[in-house]
Design a protein around this ligand. Structure first.
Ligand SMILES: Cc1cc2nc3c(=O)[nH]c(=O)nc-3n(C[C@H](O)[C@H](O)[C@H](O)COP(=O)(O)OP(=O)(O)OC[C@H]3O[C@@H](n4cnc5c(N)ncnc54)[C@H](O)[C@@H]3O)c2cc1C
Length: 403
């Protein structure tokens, strides 16, 4: 197993660095650096994604003929690594890595031509309408109805947890088109224009984002929403196959580069800040936890590189993706705990209105103290979404241990 980057990889790494340097504007850097959850405003996010698209780097996993850059697994890893190191924003996954692969595999030629270029060029903002109140891990129990009425479906129901749905132009939804047979068999995959009459988006207020209009998640209500039959992807009643296919892509980014970048920031902060006459970095208990986490992140990095090596050799990733999701998200949470610990009581002013994109007041202490608490609270989500970690463990128990 060779974990070293080739000369070609190193040249590519340099190219990515230079591109980020030239394209990540000071405004984007500042907002990204200060934002409580690391999200840019809608306008800046779109601008960033369109810059990536112009360079041909917005769709790393797409086939070359549809605009993908045709990178090797190690080039993809280097791209993630450099983005994380620079603190650059990520492409939002809902269009590029979620709905697009489904449209490529199950969509008609017309659907592919209509939707894929706008996804690649970031002209349309998508959101994901899978979960419902009462249907999360047990997704097949979902209850949003789509009744056929001539050349339309009439959709009624509620989707929830819809990330950034307040910005979305389109939503891809799992809907129930039949109640007969097994629950999985009556599900269909529908693309719905968010401007359709009968759709209401309500913010869900979370502890890290109490400011209205800046929510991360939403509930989306559908009341007699008319959706053209041509927006059905794949066959009616075969949506479960699309849903499972999409979930293969929902997980998949490398964790280690982002984790290492965050640890570097925590280490630098702990080296600069003096508490009761002592640098935090010289506190043995803190230093031990920091080092232990760093060792775990290095182990994660080598596991990711090993899996990349296997992918490069043409092998498929199986239960390893569940393992990476569990370990990666546990470490994400651990790193935000360390960041919170490093700012100590200076994080407390967070309890007063937290800044949101566009906020222009100076923090009470410093920017690290200001964003550590909301990022800590926000990251509790990571072991729940994209298939909870308990569900991932069930998958590993079945596929690895044969239980
Ligand atoms: C911040 C955030 C953003 C999200 N964004 C979106 C989005 O954009 N679109 C979307 O459709 N969904 C989204 N989700 C929803 C997410 O996919 C669900 O929260 C997740 O699938 C869990 O479902 P649930 O919340 O209904 O919890 P439940 O399924 O009710 O689970 C409750 C608890 O029981 C455990 N559990 C459930 N089943 C089992 C089992 N079989 N064995 C062992 N333990 C089990 C779970 O692990 C969990 O701890 C988001 C969630 C969060 C937190």
């Amino acid at each position: 197993m060779d974990l070293a980057f080739s000369a070609q990889d190193l040249a590519f790494q340099q190219e990515v660095r230079s591109w980020i340097e030239a394209n990540l504007t000071p405004e984007m850097r500042e907002v990204q650096e200060r934002s409580p959850t690391g999200h840019l405003s809608k306008e800046l996010q779109i601008e960033w994604q369109q810059r990536l698209a112009k360079k041909g780097w917005s769709v790393p996993n797409w086939p070359k003929e549809l605009g993908g850059p045709d990178w090797s697994p190690s080039e993809k890893y280097i791209f993630d690594l450099e983005m994380s190191r620079a603190g650059a924003p990520r492409m939002l996954p809902f269009g590029v890595t979620m709905v697009a692969p489904v449209i490529m595999k199950f969509g008609t030629e017309e659907q592919q031509q209509k939707y894929l270029p706008d996804i690649r060029d970031s002209k349309v903002w998508w959101c994901q309408g899978y979960s419902e109140p009462g249907s999360g891990s047990d997704l097949a129990s979902l209850n949003t109805q789509a009744k056929r009425d001539g050349d339309h479906y009439i959709v009624n129901g509620t989707k929830t947890w819809t990330t950034l749905g307040q910005h979305a132009d389109w939503i891809f939804c799992l809907v129930r088109t039949s109640k007969e047979d097994k629950p999985q068999k009556g599900i269909s995959f529908l693309l719905i224009d968010m401007k359709s009459e009968g759709i209401t988006v309500d913010p869900i207020v979370t502890i890290d984002r109490p400011a209205k209009g800046h929510q991360e998640i939403n509930t989306v209500f559908f009341e007699n929403v008319k959706v053209p039959v041509e927006n059905l992807v794949g066959e009616e009643g075969k949506g479960w196959t699309c849903a499972k296919y999409l979930l293969e892509f929902e997980r998949g980014n490398a964790y280690a580069p982002g984790l290492q970048a965050s640890l570097n920031r925590i280490r630098a902060y702990a080296a600069e800040n003096v508490w009761d006459g002592q640098r935090l970095l010289d506190d043995a208990a803190f230093r031990r936890r920091l080092d232990e986490t760093e060792i775990a992140v290095r182990a994660m990095e080598f596991t990711e590189l090993r899996i990349l090596g296997a992918l490069g050799a043409g092998q498929n990733v199986g239960p390893e993706s569940s393992m990476l999701k569990c370990r990666g998200t546990e470490l994400q949470q651990q790193v935000t705990e360390l960041a919170l610990e490093s700012v100590g009581q200076q994080g407390l002013p967070f309890l007063h209105p937290p800044p949101v994109p566009g906020f222009n007041e100076e923090p009470v202490f410093d920017w690290e103290s200001h964003k550590a608490p909301p990022r800590y609270f926000n990251m509790r989500k990571s072991s729940i979404y994209a298939g909870s970690n308990e569900v991932q463990r069930n998958i590993m128990a079945k596929l690895v241990l044969g239980l």
